[in-house]
Ligand binder design. Structure first.
Ligand SMILES: [Zn+2]
Ligand SMILES: [Zn+2]
Length: 207
């Protein structure tokens, strides 16, 4: 059995894989894994590279051809990434600090949930006064890039994981907030664990 197959198909389609590949990954390959090992493919069984490696070695032990294991492994890898993307959205939206009015911002790459701290006008102002209007990761500046229409536009990212904040927590706009462009903001929240600015800078400069 493969849980959340329809959402997984949508996820693969968004990666711009061909319909044929999407079909192979989401249907033939994952069903093959599920039947061969008698396991359910779902968020509780396939959510990390370690899970994927474990399943691959069990497939080999079960006598599955290495070439097939390679193909099925690729499908499993995508599935674990799909699960992580789902988790990061759930994790981020289920945090206490996000009120019903929390807003979704359409970044260029994916949807970002902006939490209460990132929307608080006074905290934003203090953060931007301290760090300016450039993205802290890629240094992009909206006014420079887009001219007049881009003036005074930037996201503000809250660096501390929301689930680690205690009850009496008060935001420190200089320590806890940092300006980032929507693309970098989306990448900071790409995985379940929010990346640090330094970590994302390293990805950005290595590309
Ligand atoms: Zn940026
Ligand atoms: Zn953020």
């Amino acid at each position: 059995m493969v849980e959340r197959r329809d959402e997984f198909i949508q996820y693969l389609t968004n990666l711009r894989l061909t319909p044929r590949t999407v079909h192979s990954y989401a249907k033939s390959y994952l069903s093959g894994v599920s039947k061969t090992l008698g396991i359910t493919i779902g968020p509780s069984t396939v959510s990390s590279p370690k899970d994927v490696a474990g399943i691959k070695s069990r497939l080999l032990t079960a006598g599955t051809h290495p070439h097939t294991v390679g193909n099925w492994g690729t499908a499993l890898k995508h599935y674990s990434e799909f699960v992580n993307e789902e988790l990061s959205l759930e994790y981020y939206t289920s945090a206490d600090e996000i009120s019903e009015e929390s807003t979704f911002v359409e970044g260029a790459k994916r949807r970002v949930t902006v939490n209460a701290y990132e929307r608080d006008p006074e905290a934003r102002r203090m953060c931007i006064r301290r760090y300016g209007w450039n993205c802290a990761v890629c240094e992009m500046n909206f006014a420079e890039t887009y001219g007049e229409i881009g003036t005074d536009y930037i996201h503000v990212h809250h660096k501390k994981p929301l689930n680690m904040l205690g009850k009496g927590y008060a935001v420190d706009p200089e320590k806890d907030l940092i300006p980032v462009c929507p693309n970098c903001h989306a990448m900071l929240h790409r995985r379940q664990k929010v990346l640090s600015i330094k970590e994302l800078r390293a990805y950005y400069s290595n590309k």
